[in-house]
Design a protein around this ligand. Structure first.
Ligand SMILES: [Zn+2]
Ligand SMILES: [Zn+2]
Length: 373
């Protein structure tokens, strides 16, 4: 039988999470079935969901936790006010936890350590208090920020008024009936909180479980294009853990990252500045190093003798010559990038393609199929 450590339960947080989840699952469908939804209610839900999510990603995360750019006070104020509406704690506490997550990722001091399980990383860490409780000692810069400290003091009041009282008031102003006001409360208020919260939580759980790791396999962080859609671009989590101070998470031009677009747009009107970017050379080098490690792992997998499928002489020969070629061509590419002679992404893609083809070929000769690492 599983023993629940009742003394460690964070009752206020837990009751809030249960109340909002049950309301979203039971009251919202009943409301929609009885009264339906119109364009105004949908737009209000969409506006509050986007404003809250963007405040967490642009404000709490990239601005305050990672100092990835500088922002003028209107940007700070807006993200602190709408960030409070996500009910994910104050920006000060959020940043303290998040900085710990990056410093101790996948280890005991990581508040949402995925090695303790998917559910722990998703929501368990909020329900159960850490023992012993961790001191807040990594946000000295934020302790000096008057807006951050003002939000820290009144965070629940701000979240309650702006996130739960204003939506039904707006709805009532548009159509003065109690049903319409209730719709504003349930949809742009409660349902929006649950959706935004779980999207954020999925970054800590899903983006440390499923997805590719093109930049670094030393930690569990993964890139997920699907999660990027629901989190204003935060799904590219492997890149983010490799280069946490870059204002971009979806670093490739085609990757969906509305937060980076918004930061860039705000810089054009002077509201943000000093956007931090990792150089293309450094990024490509990280990708190459990781591609080489993964290719070596695949080669080691096909090269390991197996009694049922021993490698033929020809395959062994090919394996050796390929390993040599792999290292040589990698070194050439690395040199070219370091010297900034030619930054050739095409060459790397070709190199990765060749690697995959030859590994597959050797595996076929041996009679087994080799899966990439
Ligand atoms: Zn992470
Ligand atoms: Zn981060």
């Amino acid at each position: 039988m599983i023993k629940i450590p009742f003394r460690r339960i964070n009752w206020i947080t837990s009751l809030f999470l249960i109340f909002t989840a049950l309301t979203a699952l039971i009251a919202v469908p009943i409301y929609l079935w009885k009264f339906g939804i119109d364009w105004f209610q949908f737009s209000m839900f969409f506006f509050f969901a986007s404003a809250t999510t963007m405040s967490i990603t642009l404000g709490y995360h990239r601005l305050f936790s990672h100092l990835a750019f500088k922002a003028k006070w209107p940007v700070k104020l807006a993200t602190l006010v709408f960030g409070a509406c996500a009910f994910e704690n104050s920006c000060l506490d959020w940043s303290a936890d998040h900085r710990k997550h990056h410093k101790h990722v996948d280890h005991d001091d990581d508040p949402y350590d995925i090695s303790k399980g998917f559910m722990w990383a998703h929501i368990g860490w909020l329900i159960f208090k850490m023992k012993p409780e961790q001191p807040i000692n990594n946000v000295n810069d934020l302790l000096k920020d008057r807006l951050v400290m003002w939000q820290h003091k009144y965070v629940h009041w701000i979240g309650f008024v702006v996130g739960l009282v204003i939506p039904p008031l707006i709805a009532y102003a548009v159509e003065p009936t109690w049903q319409y006001a209730l719709g504003g409360f349930l949809l742009a208020g409660i349902l929006r909180i649950v959706v935004v919260q779980h999207c954020t939580f999925f970054i800590n759980s899903l983006c440390h479980t499923i997805g590719k790791r093109p930049y670094n396999t030393d930690n569990t962080a993964r890139d997920s294009a699907i999660m990027a859609v629901f989190t204003c671009g935060e799904g590219y989590h492997n890149y983010h853990h490799a280069f946490q101070h870059d204002y971009r998470n979806g670093v490739k031009p085609w990757q969906f990252d509305p937060t980076k677009w918004m930061i860039w747009l705000l810089s054009k009107v002077g509201l943000t500045s000093q956007l931090r970017r990792v150089s293309d050379e450094k990024i490509l080098l990280a990708e190459m190093r990781e591609a080489k490690r993964q290719a070596e792992r695949r080669l080691a997998a096909v090269g390991t003798p197996e009694e049922s499928h021993p490698l033929t002489e020809k395959a062994t020969e090919m394996l050796h010559s390929f390993s040599q070629r792999l290292t040589e061509s990698y070194e050439e590419l690395e040199q070219a990038i370091s010297d900034k002679v030619t930054v050739s992404r095409k060459a790397m893609t070709q190199w990765q393609k060749e690697t995959r083809e030859i590994v597959r070929h050797i595996a076929t000769m041996r009679g087994s199929v080799c899966h990439p690492a």
